[in-house]
Design a protein around this ligand. Structure first.
Ligand code: FMN
Length: 200
């Protein structure tokens, strides 16, 4: 499936075949594609909790307004981020770059993020958002469906997945084999309303 088709055909699917088990090689492939998503200064601040264990999925479902897709989808991903990735040995993010580039960029990472907690949090959510779309499009191209979700209690889900204190959960994405298609699109805004030409 080409990229444009994947973009057009990706929908938020709510019902999945609970008996389908996603092969490990597909899970690996999806995660390998996910981490090709771009991040600011290449800080790769996302951390992905890949949940396949039925009991763990049930617990997360209970903390997600009992939404069926959380446990029925074969794979439920919690896209988290390390809020301190910018400060966690940032040399590694540029270790294969030419020395001159590394020497210039690595100090800039701390200068850019260290004074600004809001920016650190925004960067976490930005990175997770971009990765989320990578995952959903890759899943579609691989013959799966998905559903981005924020309908869960982040404190409870954080406890279930043992989220470290300096991490946040940005989004949940169940991925699996659809049992039912998504409902027709519910009300797309026109380009005229959404696109602003040159300035507001
Ligand atoms: C950040 C985010 C959170 C969402 N949370 C939920 C959710 O908790 N449960 C759900 O069923 N759908 C959720 N959705 C799906 C949206 O309702 C859906 O993306 C929107 O209606 C557009 O439909 P489409 O994704 O099929 O194009 C969420 C979508 C996004 C982007």
């Amino acid at each position: 499936m080409d990229t444009l088709t994947a973009i057009r055909e990706r929908r938020s699917v709510k019902r999945y075949d609970p008996d389908f088990v996603m092969p490990q090689e597909d899970i690996d492939k999806l995660l390998e594609l996910a981490v090709l998503s771009p991040t600011s200064f290449n800080i790769q601040n996302w951390r992905i909790v890949a949940v396949t264990d039925a009991e763990q999925k049930q617990k997360i479902r209970a903390a997600s307004w009992n939404q069926a897709q959380v446990s029925e989808a074969s794979l439920t991903l919690l896209l988290c981020a390390d809020l301190n990735a910018w400060d966690n040995e940032p040399e590694r993010y540029w270790r294969e770059a030419p020395e001159q580039v590394r020497d210039m960029l690595v100090p800039m990472i701390r200068q850019f993020y260290s004074p600004n907690k809001t920016l650190q949090h925004d960067e976490a959510i930005r990175s997770v958002g971009i990765m989320g779309q990578t995952i959903m499009l890759a899943a579609k191209a691989m013959g799966y469906d998905s559903c981005p979700m924020i309908g869960f209690d982040p404190v409870k889900v954080g406890e279930i997945i043992k989220l470290p204190k300096d991490h946040v959960i940005g989004m949940m994405i169940p991925v699996g084999k659809a049992l039912e298609p998504a409902r027709p699109r519910s009300g797309q805004l026109s380009l005229d309303e959404v696109v602003v030409r040159n300035s507001f």
